[in-house]
Design a protein around this ligand. Structure first.
Ligand SMILES: NC(=O)c1ccc[n+]([C@@H]2O[C@H](COP(=O)([O-])OP(=O)(O)OC[C@H]3O[C@@H](n4cnc5c(N)ncnc54)[C@H](O)[C@@H]3O)[C@@H](O)[C@H]2O)c1
Length: 349
């Protein structure tokens, strides 16, 4: 399925993130950024100046009344995702919605069901799955690079941006749940989490979540917009090696360590009597692969347009987005129950 005419695209939401999507869509030869919807006059003016070839309108309704628009990209606050998606899907438009898919599990389930009914491309912008470092590590793990994966730690902290519509888990940990699920090729089945809100009532500024994956693999996710240090780090520990992805390192974001702890020494009798062995640590050496570091958002936007033009499958479809929301729902329930372990909704798997 190929076509000669470019895809007419509108981007809805011209706040902090939306212009990045506009810039990337505008650079794709098989797409045309025809419209931008933004209700705030100052943000709308800024978009109009930056993208003079696009028509700037105040609402999604203006976009959907234009037959030239085949695809809509939503970069609006998370609480607006489900209602705006519903409008787009009912109006038969392909959709790319920023993460997370929706602000609640019932809403995510509903839009995922609606998208499944329609023969439309429906994608969630889980950007890190289009990141060259994360993709490299996924292939490395699949090839058995670290042996049996034991656990992951994922950290995403900074001072701001502070959101009011969703908490730090939905805003920040949504990235890391997506990364962990992608790297492991599996969905978390249970979660326990604690968090706290200091800035706005009932909106957690920090979240510490522990997720359980199949085969006893654990992941710990720490998200905060109230930290003096910007960190975006993924650590994978396996039986034969370890990997660190530092997304803030522009040159060598991936480090692979052949560190192991497998050298067992002869144990003294008192230890052996308790069934214990002494284990020597082998720090090993580190290697940083050379990667072609293309802007992940460019890859994400191209993936969306390719799915429309060529019919290629979407890596982060609504079913994947729904599974991330299901884990976030478990995190919220656990945080409100003081850290009790919660089962992640399995219908969303
Ligand atoms: N993938 C990533 O790395 C990444 C990074 C940042 C933000 N995001 C996501 O992008 C989305 C937007 O985040 P942001 O930081 O740009 O937020 P923002 O608040 O800065 O901007 C949102 C914009 O949407 C507009 N808006 C609100 N309701 C609207 C409606 N009904 N129709 C049209 N426009 C509307 C607002 O006026 C505002 O300008 C969020 O879902 C967020 O999670 C993703």
């Amino acid at each position: 399925m190929t076509r000669a005419t470019p895809v007419g695209v509108a981007v809805v939401g011209g706040g902090r993130w939306g212009p990045n999507l506009m810039r990337n869509i505008a650079q794709i030869p098989q797409a045309r950024l025809l419209m931008i919807a933004e209700p705030d006059p100052r943000a709308a003016d800024a978009c109009a100046r930056r993208f003079p070839h696009a028509r700037v309108v105040p609402s999604l309704a203006d976009v959907l009344s234009n037959d030239a628009i085949e695809a809509v990209v939503l970069a609006t606050p998370t609480i607006t995702h489900a209602p705006l998606l519903r409008e787009c899907l009912i109006a038969n438009r392909h959709v790319l919605v920023e993460k997370p898919l929706a602000d609640s599990l019932p809403a995510a389930r509903e839009v995922a069901a609606l998208a499944a009914e329609r023969r439309l491309v429906a994608m969630v912008g889980h950007t890190f799955l289009y990141n060259a470092s994360i993709r490299f590590v996924a292939e490395y793990l699949t090839a058995g690079g670290v042996g049996d994966i034991q656990y992951l730690t994922l950290t995403r902290t900074n001072l701001g941006p502070i959101r009011v519509d969703v908490n730090a888990a939905w805003d920040l940990c949504s990235h890391d749940i997506a990364i962990a699920s992608f790297l492991l090729g599996a969905r978390a089945h249970a979660v326990s989490a604690i968090g706290a809100s200091w800035l706005n009532p009932s909106v957690e500024d920090v979240c510490f979540a522990s997720l359980q994956f199949p085969d006893g693999i654990l992941a710990h996710v720490h998200g905060s917009w109230l930290s003096p240090k910007k960190v975006r780090e993924t650590v994978v520990v396996g039986s034969k090696g370890m990997v660190i992805v530092d997304d803030l390192d522009p040159v060598q974001p991936v480090s692979i360590f052949d560190s192991t702890v497998a050298d067992r020494e002869a144990s003294p009798a008192w230890l052996a009597s308790q069934g214990q062995v002494r284990i020597r640590v082998n720090p090993g050496s580190a290697l940083s692969p050379v990667l072609d570091l293309v802007e992940p958002l460019a890859v994400q936007c191209q993936h969306f347009i390719d799915a429309i033009v060529k019919g290629t499958p979407v890596a982060t479809d609504f079913s994947f987005g729904l599974s991330v929301v299901a884990a976030l729902d478990g995190i919220d329930r656990s945080m409100r129950a003081g850290g009790a372990t919660m089962t992640v909704d399995s219908e969303a798997h």
